[in-house]
Design a protein around this ligand. Structure first.
Ligand SMILES: Nc1nc2c(ncn2[C@@H]2O[C@H](COP(=O)(O)OP(=O)(O)OP(=O)(O)O)[C@@H](O)[C@H]2O)c(=O)[nH]1
Ligand SMILES: [Mg+2]
Ligand SMILES: [Zn+2]
Length: 301
């Protein structure tokens, strides 16, 4: 029988089979996909199950259409798959309490481009009105539409915003991503009150990396939609990328690449580089370019 993994703790799994969630374990030897990941089975995976007595065993994983991946840590060659087979991702960011740096946003966007996952940015906590929050919000709201990303200024405490978000989910399978404390579980609770996800009060402990949600979990919504809550991610490292691929993951660079003199241009100091010219003319945002350079540096090491 076949099912979809809805929760993975590393030692046991929840799998949705014919509308029911069952507990399952991994069979000792599994036909794994060719991936150096720290977690062989992830939320969203389609798996084949066997029943052994009363126990369900996962014996096979179907090939993934896509996945969102992060490096276990900056130096490691290993990586962790956050979820698989998703239609789109909502990147939830917050202008303050906690602050989501633009570097984090650009890394996530580039990772999603690499795996062909469309992203909508939900700029949450629109009720925060400190000077810093307002300025940063204005910056993000201007920047991202100009490079082709959808971004919405919302509050998950506002029921009108919640119904708009719910409408936009339709029947899709959506991953919620974002740093700890931005409101991922708050959104799940607003859409699916019966899910009762733990949320925590905003406090200074976010800076010490407290995480309220500890495992990714898929929730079943209206119209067959599936929403995946994930633990807050501190940082993304680009994985499995050649240096000359990185500019393909920035839409405003991708559309200009044919203008560079050299095919293998990395857009750092080459002559006749269309990207460098566009940065000089402020047609490409310097903040995006700087984040491009930092990803480039990381994959070149
Ligand atoms: N002011 C304000 N607070 C919000 C809003 N949305 C969520 N919060 C609060 O932000 C805090 C953290 O929310 P969570 O939903 O736990 O955040 P999370 O992204 O799930 O965090 P992790 O599970 O640690 O990754 C809670 O106290 C929420 O009430 C909002 O629109 N405005
Ligand atoms: Mg959470
Ligand atoms: Zn170039």
């Amino acid at each position: 029988m076949q099912g979809i993994v809805t929760k993975s703790t590393g030692s046991w799994y929840k799998v949705l089979v014919d509308g029911n969630e069952v507990d399952a374990r991994l069979r000792g030897k599994i036909r794994t996909l060719n991936l150096k990941s720290t977690n062989p089975v992830v939320v969203g995976d389609v798996v084949v199950l066997d029943q052994d007595g009363g126990e369900y065993l996962i014996k096979e994983i179907e090939e993934r259409q896509n996945c969102i991946v992060r490096k276990s840590n900056k130096l490691s060659k290993q990586y962790q798959i956050i979820a698989a087979n998703i239609d789109r991702a909502f990147l939830i960011v917050s202008p303050a309490k906690p602050y989501t740096p633009q570097g984090f946003i650009d890394r996530f966007l580039a990772t999603a481009e690499a795996y062909h996952v469309p992203v909508t940015i939900l700029l949450n906590k629109s009720d925060l009105d400190s000077k810093k929050a307002v300025l940063y919000r204005e910056h993000l709201m201007e920047l991202y539409p100009s490079v082709g990303y959808e971004i919405y200024n919302v509050s998950f405490l506002d029921s009108d915003d919640i119904s708009r978000i719910q409408k936009s989910i339709g029947s899709q399978r959506v991953l919620l991503a974002g740093n700890s404390g931005v409101g991922k579980s708050t959104l799940i609770n607003a859409i699916l009150p019966e899910s009762n996800q733990k949320v925590s009060a905003i406090s200074s402990s976010y800076h010490k990396g407290r995480h309220t949600t500890t495992f990714a979990q898929m929730f079943l919504g209206e119209n067959g939609s599936k929403i995946i809550d994930t633990p807050g991610i501190k940082d993304f490292g680009m994985v499995q990328t050649e240096p000359n691929q990185v500019s393909h993951y920035f839409p405003e660079m991708r559309s200009r690449l044919s203008g560079c003199k050299y095919n293998n241009c990395l857009h750092t100091e080459e002559p006749d580089c269309k990207i460098l010219k566009a940065v000089e003319k402020q047609e490409i945002a310097v903040t995006r370019y700087v984040n491009y350079l930092s990803i480039l540096e990381e994959v070149t090491v």
